[in-house]
Design a protein around this ligand. Structure first.
Ligand code: C5P
Length: 230
């Protein structure tokens, strides 16, 4: 097996709406590193479960679905996210809906489902480096990461950011509904026994409530530069 322990990894974890996806994509592009959107894997698995009529709460059946899937996530040409392929089918639009996000968070509570996605995530660790975003990148998937960031932000501000993002993509739900859905997802992600949403002991915690995305990117990128030169 290839030794990947020297490949630099930046992990950016945190709940929905903290800016981790946008920051991770921008830093991956700035550095010309690979990018792993781990949430997209859970979401793509939810889409596959729907297609195969598998119940999201059935961990063993979901793990079986995961073991037969090929999920790829490629940075898109606009540079603002990635295109997600499920067995070569472009599922980007389906994957971004809030109903798929809710199903992904039910799937994500299962240890078997998480274990089934672990190797796929670790396989993304390639030269010249990897930026990985999600919930447990620093604690579980890449414990050797050079720099671990955990982003937090006020819940209402997070919901408003998500609302703006989703509106731009044609979402027609209301802000109160989105606040409710995000709270439910946060609770499920934080209270679960398998890899709960928590910062790694050696993570740098940054509150992005009052920060622009440019400020978040430049703060993380500066810290990464410092680690790389040490
Ligand atoms: O980050 P995103 O909103 O795309 O994630 C969707 C869901 O996938 C999260 O609510 C969470 O339950 C799950 N997830 C996870 N671990 C990760 C990434 C996502 O449990 N590393």
């Amino acid at each position: 097996m290839n030794d990947t322990s020297n490949i630099p990894v930046l992990t950016i974890d945190g709940p929905s709406g903290v800016g981790k996806g946008t920051a991770a994509v921008r830093i991956a592009r700035l550095r010309n590193w690979h990018y792993l959107d781990s949430g997209a894997l859970y979401r793509a698995l939810a889409v596959a479960a729907r297609q195969q009529h598998v119940t999201v709460g059935d961990g063993a059946a979901i793990a079986e679905v995961a073991s037969q899937l090929s999920i790829a996530c490629e940075l898109n040409e606009m540079g603002d996210g990635c295109t997600i392929f499920l067995n070569s089918e472009d599922v980007t639009a389906q994957v971004r809906t809030e109903s798929v996000a809710a199903e992904a968070s039910v799937i994500a509570a299962s240890r078997e489902a998480r274990a089934a996605l672990l190797l796929q995530q670790r396989a993304q660790c390639q030269w010249p480096g990897l930026v990985a975003d999600g919930r447990d990148m620093g604690r579980m998937v890449f414990p050797q990461a050079l720099l671990k960031i955990f982003l937090v932000a006020d819940a209402r501000i997070r919901a408003k950011r998500r609302y703006k993002q989703l509106k731009a993509k044609g979402f027609d739900g209301s802000l109160p509904d989105l606040v409710f859905a995000l709270q439910q997802r946060d609770t499920r992600d934080t209270d679960r026994a398998a890899s709960p949403l928590l910062p790694a002991g050696d993570a740098v915690v940054i509150d992005t409530s009052e920060m622009s995305i440019e400020a978040v990117v430049s703060d993380i990128n500066r810290r990464l530069g410092n680690r790389l030169s040490n």
